[in-house]
Design a protein around this ligand. Structure first.
Ligand code: DC
Length: 228
């Protein structure tokens, strides 16, 4: 069967990773959470007190960062310099600092280079902010996922609560809106809908419903590639 590249972009906590993981599983594709890579860089900067206004310090720190993913008990798990950081990169401390880090061009250059390498063989679903516009401009399927901000905040709240993290609803919504703003107004690779992206609003869709919609689109692209 022909293999394609699937890019899923959208604002914070729109359910991109839920959809991307389910699609990858259904198609037997690789799933890559591109946000986890920016979170891992952010965690390193926080742990090593890297001043993000100091370009030389940022460059030096980037040389010492290696990010990888492993499947552990069926879960996609992020490693920073061979250490499992999956839990640490999801804390509010990292969430509060990640958008300014992801706005730094040399950080993006390093991360995007690795992402393109991972997608070389196709058969990949990657979610993020610039996947359809920058990383895989030629992806056969681009989905732009949207959802109502209150619904997004509520979902995020429940997700963090379920992980046992001590969080406040208000702080979560404020963080989401703040990240949306920084991510969509930064100079380098701002979050925006690619011209050829299909919008899916999942405010009132459950996981199965959004997966069914995306699978139909993916199957169409796979079939039309096979006909070429
Ligand atoms: O998807 P996420 O919330 O884990 O992403 C964390 C941050 O990383 C997000 O606020 C913006 C940044 N990001 C990015 O700039 N480009 C991507 N492709 C993915 C994430």
């Amino acid at each position: 069967m022909e293999r394609i590249t699937i890019a899923i972009d959208g604002y914070s906590s729109c359910g991109k990773s839920t959809l991307a993981k389910a699609l990858a599983k259904a198609l037997d594709y690789v799933y890559v959470d591109s946000g986890a890579m920016y979170r891992a860089v952010t965690l390193y900067f926080l742990n090593h007190q890297v001043d993000i206004r100091d370009e030389e310090a940022v460059k030096l720190a980037l040389k010492n960062i290696s990010i990888s993913f492993k499947n552990i008990k069926g879960k996609n798990t992020t490693f920073l310099n061979q250490q499992n950081v999956e839990h640490e990169i999801r804390t509010m401390q990292v969430s509060n600092f990640v958008s300014p880090v992801a706005a730094i061009p040399i950080v993006r250059r390093k991360v995007v280079r690795q992402q393109r390498e991972m997608g070389k063989e196709k058969g990949i679903v990657m979610d993020g902010r610039d996947i359809g516009t920058v990383v895989f401009k030629d992806a056969e399927l681009k989905i732009f996922l949207v959802a109502d901000p209150d619904i997004r905040a509520e979902r995020r709240y429940r997700e963090l609560l379920a992980k046992g993290l001590d969080v406040e609803r208000k702080a979560i919504k404020a963080n989401l809106l703040e990240r949306d703003h920084i991510d969509s107004t930064r100079a380098d690779s701002p979050l925006r809908q690619a011209e050829d992206a299909i919008v899916i609003d999942n405010s009132f869709l459950n996981e199965q419903e959004q997966l069914s919609k995306a699978l139909i689109l993916a199957q169409e692209r796979i079939n039309s590639k096979a006909r070429l």
